[in-house]
Design a protein around this ligand. Structure first.
Ligand SMILES: [Zn+2]
Length: 607
């Protein structure tokens, strides 16, 4: 990827104890949409092979890829159940996200409920609907039986005339000529996790298709207005290059097909969300639309986070937040590889690659949160953060810088024989879904194994501490050093004037400014500044001071003297430049070239 909140009430445990493993052997779902102006989907479930007296039906409280609690249950309405003879069964609410159905011994149960289309724009985290489109992010729409997530699920559609369906799910009548199913098909997922990690676009939309290293791929352009400005052929050919570069990096694709869903809309959540074999990208339409960086990020997730992942990120527990210290790897390192894919596919030049790294370092160094929050902490606490990190530290930003530094380090230490690409490939081989994910120290172990050295100290410094990153020690391997200049700006937050009698009067004070916090208020008559009689405006005194300098102001207010002391505020900002120091050394050129081209050959290709 790349906002909602509500508290979880007590989790009820008795149903876990009271039921067998898989209570249901097969789940069939019919998705019905009669009239998009109603803003509602009707879902009909048939649960077969039931061997339990009670079923616990639930809707997720979050969606994979976005680590924030979501009020999906608020969109679920009118849940009803009946047995195979059409007799109604008792449905009771257990808590805010689950319901219990008494089966009365039935082996087949039908469920029916409505899902409100509540997501903004064309949909991103939830279900959205408009005159010619509808979108399903699975976690918002599909309920599951608590003990039957591993059961196969199949889904069919009944939609308005002329509407289509686009999803990357397998379908029953698959063939080489028809890699993607359509509205006539029955789609199949081996389990609930995969069902909901295949978003579904419905309605009228434009489709472009291509193959990347012989893997069929599809780009769906769905526009909120119905008109499309962007150059669809250009977007598609760019995506083909990105897709090929990703497969080249790993040696093969972990999916049978891949689907890019583009929502051309200025509303809703702007950005992309990764899914198992697809992604949704929500962006405002424009003639010169270029979303290559965003698309490369989400596409790379098909390997990193969808297959290579911490243990808690699949199979998923949808009932509560799941925590890992590794989200910096899932998101930040993915973002590093997005830039890597762009340069390796030739969509950006070498210079743009270095500039991108420079920009990320600049952002990080100018963020004071880096001195308080470690990367692992930002990952662990993201549920209490904003979905991008915690306490002001973005694991996208610092994770990307650390990914870059790790790649340079590994190449530098091994004479460009090994790289972060090798770590990725190792992780893919060892942990790729459906194998269990890695433990919390899995990334460090993989790096140490690839490099055949113990990099624990460096790793911990970068990901588990708030110590400054070791730029110069690392960047020497590519013949760069970081040139850093600091500039400071001062800020006090007061406007004053001199009246006809020669008195200095405070006219306005910015809320929460240093002047406000020390106690200055509009209307104050200034008697002294720094123990000198006031004869110039406060701003004129402040302008001669530096960040952090003390200031003492005595004022006359409501008939009494008030003495206040404070400090000049402002901020220190760094300007950062990656400066080439050594361009002659063969080994330096080799590592630089290795980063940009993906080579780990020992013979220099560099010029
Ligand atoms: Zn992401």
């Amino acid at each position: 990827m790349r906002r909602w909140f509500f508290a979880i009430t007590g989790v009820v445990l008795w149903y876990v104890l009271g039921t067998a493993w898989a209570s249901v052997s097969k789940v069939s779902i019919l998705v019905q949409l009669e009239d998009p102006s109603q803003n509602v989907l009707t879902m009909e479930y048939t649960l077969q092979g039931i061997d339990s007296d009670t079923l616990t039906i639930a809707i997720p409280t979050w969606t994979p890829g976005w680590y924030q609690t979501m009020p999906y249950s608020e969109g679920i309405r009118d849940l009803q159940a009946e047995n195979e003879r059409g007799e109604p069964l008792t449905v009771q609410s257990v808590n805010h996200y689950s319901w219990q159905v008494d089966t009365g011994g039935a082996q087949t149960v039908r469920l029916r409920y409505h899902v409100l289309a509540r997501d903004e724009g064309m949909g991103f985290f939830g279900v959205a609907m408009g005159p010619h489109y509808a979108y399903i992010n699975g976690a918002a729409a599909f309920v599951y039986e608590m003990d039957s997530k591993k059961a196969p699920h199949e889904v069919r559609f009944r939609l308005p005339v002329g509407w289509q369906v686009a999803t990357a799910m397998d379908f029953a009548a698959q063939s080489e000529q028809r890699p993607f199913g359509d509205v006539r098909d029955t789609f199949v997922a081996p389990n609930y996790d995969e069902l909901i990690d295949n978003p579904i676009q419905m309605g009228r939309f434009e489709v472009r298709e291509f193959r990347a290293r012989n893997v069929p791929m599809r780009v769906v352009f769905a526009s909120e207005t119905g008109n499309i400005l962007c150059n669809m052929e250009r977007v598609t050919t760019d995506f083909q290059r990105i897709a090929s570069a990703g497969i080249d990096l790993f040696g093969s694709a972990p999916f049978k097909r891949y689907l890019f869903i583009i929502h051309l809309s200025g509303r809703g959540f702007g950005g992309g969300l990764e899914h198992l074999n697809s992604t949704v990208l929500n962006v405002p339409d424009r003639r010169d639309l270029n979303i290559n960086g965003l698309a490369a990020h989400e596409y790379f997730h098909a390997w990193n986070v969808k297959r290579i992942r911490p243990r808690v990120l699949g199979p998923f527990d949808y009932t509560q937040p799941v925590r890992t210290r590794a989200l910096w790897w899932c998101e930040g390192v993915t973002d590093y590889y997005a830039t890597v894919l762009l340069v390796r596919s030739g969509l950006i030049g070498d210079r743009a690659f270095w500039q991108e790294m420079e920009r990320e370092i600049l952002t990080l160094e100018n963020n004071p949160a880096r001195e308080r929050i470690a990367l692992e902490e930002a990952s662990w606490n993201v549920w209490e953060g904003n979905g991008m990190g915690y306490g002001g530290l973005s694991y996208y930003n610092k994770g990307k810088v650390v990914g870059f530094l790790l790649d340079v380090t590994i190449r530098g230490l091994t004479g460009n024989r090994k790289s972060l690409d090798d770590v990725m490939r190792f992780l893919m081989e060892r942990y790729a879904y459906p194998k269990p994910g890695f433990e919390e120290d899995g990334i460090l172990q993989a790096i140490n194994r690839v490099v055949a050295q113990d990099l624990s100290a460096l790793y911990r410094r970068m990901v588990a501490s708030t110590e400054p990153l070791p730029y110069d020690e690392v960047l020497k391997y590519i013949g760069f050093r970081l040139e850093r200049q600091s500039t400071t700006t001062t800020y006090f937050g007061v406007t004053s004037t001199i009246d006809a009698a020669g008195r200095v009067i405070v006219q306005a004070v910015d809320s929460q400014s240093p002047a406000f916090l020390m106690g200055l208020r509009a209307g104050d008559i200034v008697e002294e500044i720094d123990e000198q009689p006031a004869d110039v405006r406060i701003e004129d005194v402040v302008s001669r001071k530096k960040l952090g300098d003390p200031i003492k102001i005595t004022v006359w207010r409501s008939g009494r003297v008030v003495v206040m002391e404070g400090k000049i505020g402002g901020e220190r900002r760094y300007s950062i430049r990656l400066v080439a120091t050594d361009t002659a050394d063969e080994s330096v050129l080799r590592v630089r070239e290795g980063l940009l081209r993906g080579t780990t050959r020992v013979s220099a290709q560099a010029r």
